[in-house]
Design a protein. Structure first.
Length: 261
């Protein structure tokens, strides 16, 4: 017998294996199951997602959007905290980074609420901001699973000015709503109408038949925190705070499904 025999590690304790191409499916499943467990543990029923540029800060160009995201997130959180519900409703959620994401997490934290950061690991720009609730700060390696958790939890989306990442997240949600792949109604606010109407001519898409005229009703514009909050509060109350909805089982959150399932 070899006295120098070393017992091999179990597969789920083998770091080399877990980071190998063969274990990619395990890593993918982990980025679904870990957030699910975290959100259930902390009773997160649903969210209001804030998207926007990581490059907007309190001092630079477009700095007014930083402060307005902070104020709006605070208003949403104060209202959410006042709701009589066992689970946490309409929790402010962001991509976890700087800029508009930081502003929204900051406003929610200052209002005394829990706030979520779904961070993506990048070689530049993206580190978790200090205003995320530590127990609700999650790190993703796969963009598509981060997007899944945004889309699955959110009952509303507020999109501030941003670049490629913001556009990607916005049009992902617009496509899911347009094609009715979401098993829910989603409130979508484009914050800063002058910016959005300069960047995109949505009416031209309808004019040329690339989208239906009614697709223009998928989203609304807002230009100040008060009007954006009114849209959110009234819409979420109408869609998700009816007596029937409040009587549904308190699941936080359930297993995801689409309209066809």
């Amino acid at each position: 017998m070899n006295d120098k025999f070393v017992r091999p590690p179990l597969a789920f304790e083998d770091g080399e294996f877990l980071h190998s191409p063969e274990a990619r499916s395990v890593r993918i499943l982990s980025e679904y199951l870990k957030p699910l467990g975290v959100f259930r543990k902390h009773r997160i029923r649903d969210t209001v997602a804030f998207f926007g540029s990581a490059r907007i800060n309190p001092e630079g160009p477009l700095s007014q959007y930083y402060e307005e995201a902070r104020v709006l997130a605070g208003k949403v959180t104060q209202w959410s905290n006042s709701l009589p519900h066992h689970n946490r409703r309409f929790v402010v959620s962001t991509g976890g980074g700087p800029g508009i994401m930081e502003a929204a997490n900051r406003g929610a934290m200052e209002a005394g609420g829990k706030t979520i950061g779904l961070n993506i690991r990048l070689p530049f720009e993206q580190l978790p901001n200090p205003y995320i609730s530590p127990e609700l700060s999650l790190e993703f390696g796969y963009f598509f699973l981060r997007k899944f958790w945004f889309a699955y939890l959110a009952k509303a989306l507020v999109v501030f000015p941003g670049g490629f990442g913001t556009m990607d997240e916005l049009f992902e949600i617009l496509t899911l709503v347009q094609t009715r792949k979401l098993h829910k109604e989603m409130i979508v606010i484009l914050y800063g109408s002058a910016f959005w109407k300069e960047i995109f001519n949505f009416e031209a898409l309808a004019k040329h038949g690339m989208i239906s005229p009614e697709d223009l009703n998928i989203f609304q514009f807002a230009d100040d925190p008060d009007s954006a909050f009114t849209i959110l509060r009234d819409g979420l109350t109408r869609l998700y705070l009816s007596p029937e909805d409040m009587a549904e089982p308190d699941i936080a959150p359930g297993i995801a499904h689409t309209r066809n399932e």
